[in-house]
Design a protein around this ligand. Structure first.
Ligand code: ITT
Length: 222
């Protein structure tokens, strides 16, 4: 089987740490790289209003950049949003840019978490949901012909926003995201524990199934 290169179209190293172990068992002959592994510095502006739209922007940009460099290429992007019921679904697609900061700068994880806690001060309804869309775009040789494909899958997890930060692991909003089924915040979990139940792992597992299906050669019927 030909070597297949999967490139994770993200600049977020925390995401890469979670995604890579989930991609290890797609199959033989598959190598997974992050943009950082390939020393690629590309800033992709997230101009769409949906997670799916933004995930596709990322796969499109990285696919265009690398399709000449790799013969059998799959680009893989994750766009994630935290949706808080009492805030009408905010910050949602704007989760990375939630806290107001001076023009030309980006909020840190801590800025965003503090802003969320302030916005929710005194609110009783703390229900929230994390949603991830994983987009795939690739071109591989299948049955001795070039085969191009695009797809998107989603994963989510229900929870609640805590009153204060708890736990030192994870990233982003993890210290304030209480997972009902685990009775703890994501920041109190190891990567392995988070990967058993998270929005991202659910979307990534669906993407892995999709990839296995796409990469399996069709049997000829005589
Ligand atoms: P890329 O676009 O380069 O992938 P990003 O950090 O901009 O990286 P997103 O737009 O998908 O990624 O994520 C929006 C923000 O949501 C992110 O910056 C974190 O603050 C938060 N976030 C994403 N996944 C999370 C998770 O699993 N746990 C906690 N917070 C998360």
């Amino acid at each position: 089987m030909k070597q297949i290169t999967v490139v994770l179209a993200t600049n977020n190293r925390d995401k890469v740490k979670e995604i890579k172990p989930l991609l290890e068992d797609i199959g033989p002959g598959i190598e997974v790289f992050s943009l950082n592994d390939l020393e690629i510095d590309i800033e992709i502006e997230e101009t769409e209003e949906t997670l799916e739209g933004n995930a596709k922007l990322k796969t499109d940009a990285v696919f265009d950049l690398l399709s000449k460099r790799f013969d059998n290429l799959v680009t893989f992007a994750d766009d994630t949003g935290l949706e808080v019921t009492a805030l009408g679904g905010a910050p949602g697609v704007y989760s990375a840019r939630y806290a107001p900061v001076p023009e030309g700068t980006s909020p840190t994880y801590e800025d965003n978490v503090n802003h969320l806690l302030t916005k929710m001060n005194g609110m009783e309804d703390r229900k929230a949901c994390f949603r991830t869309v994983v987009a795939l775009k690739g071109r591989i040789e299948k049955n001795s012909k070039p085969h191009t494909f695009e797809s998107a899958v989603e994963g989510s997890v229900e929870g609640a926003i805590t009153l204060e930060k708890t736990g030192g692991n994870g990233f982003g909003y993890d210290p304030v995201f209480w997972v009902n089924s685990a009775r703890s915040t994501f920041a109190q979990m190891s990567i392995e524990e988070k990967n058993r139940i998270s929005h991202r792992s659910r979307a990534v597992r669906k993407a892995v199934e999709e990839l296995r299906r796409i990469l399996t050669p069709k049997l000829s019927v005589f």
